[in-house]
Design a protein around this ligand. Structure first.
Ligand SMILES: N[C@@H](CCC(=O)N[C@@H](CS)C(=O)NCC(=O)O)C(=O)O
Length: 245
């Protein structure tokens, strides 16, 4: 008998198959995700990663935040006039964390939040911290995937935000063992902090070893490669660098 015919699947293979099944595109209504620039819009990247992690089939609608007509159209879609914005099966959801919670509800097997109650509370807390905080980091180190600024001087106001994020990542990796913030599976927190990873690389922010490893893990995700390739294809003339992105 060939060894492969009857031997039980190895735990790692079983785990991989279970993960693939959990994130396999679901049948049912296709969602629409409204996004803006792939190069500059960190919130668009977060929403898009969340949708990818969930496995919910979706199509993308791009709007330009510069264009008055597009802004009027966006206002009809999302009262906040902000992206990302998700529409699915009659539900209209704006605000990244609300989108994460909605996706978790409709795709419960995707494991967007950790299964363990304590880890889930922790994941919600650091995701909320990103959703509503770090204003200095966001305004002084805007996301720009095409840029590399070696030796960039960090403005003093952004340093406490950087220090706090390093503390969050270091603590998560020590507690849950990496390579993602909550262990072996990607969660909402990884989507929330992915644009911070790209900022740290763009602006040459010095990090400790576990955080460097974490940036490598995030940049190695195939979804990041797909998003960055699309960002590189965007025209260069978007003048949004000074906005709070
Ligand atoms: N915390 C918000 C932030 C969303 C946000 O600021 N989105 C930016 C894009 S990166 C936006 O739509 N800006 C357009 C504008 O302010 O006109 C969320 O969770 O959705």
């Amino acid at each position: 008998m060939p060894a492969s015919a009857k031997s039980p699947a190895k735990p790692a293979a079983r785990k991989q198959a279970a993960e693939a099944a959990a994130t396999k595109p679901k049948a049912g209504p296709v969602a629409t995700l409204t996004l803006s620039s792939k190069n500059y819009s960190s919130w668009s990247l977060r929403g898009w990663l969340l949708a990818k992690f969930s496995g919910l089939p979706f199509t993308e609608t791009m709007v330009s935040p510069d264009d008055a007509d597009a802004r009027r159209e966006l206002l009809l879609l999302a009262p906040s006039i902000r992206v990302p914005r998700l529409e699915h099966d009659g539900a209209r959801v704006w605000n990244t964390l609300a989108i994460a919670q909605y996706l978790d509800e409709v795709c419960p097997d995707a494991g967007l939040f950790p299964a363990d109650r304590l880890a889930r509370a922790h994941c919600r807390s650091i995701s909320g911290e990103m959703n509503s905080g770090f204003a200095n980091l966001r305004s002084s180190l805007p996301m720009n995937l095409k840029a590399r600024l070696p030796g960039h001087k960090i403005w003093g106001g952004a340093q406490p935000d950087i220090d706090r994020i390093v503390e969050i990542w270091t603590d998560c990796i020590a507690t849950y063992g990496g390579p993602y913030l909550f262990g072996a599976r990607r969660t909402v927190a990884d989507a929330m902090y992915a644009p911070v990873v790209t900022r740290f690389l763009t602006y040459d922010v010095k990090l400790n070893r576990p955080c460097i490893e974490y940036t490598r893990t995030i940049m190695a995700m195939p979804e990041m490669a797909e998003w960055i390739a699309a960002a590189r294809r965007e025209p260069d003339d978007i003048e949004e660098l000074d906005m709070d992105f």
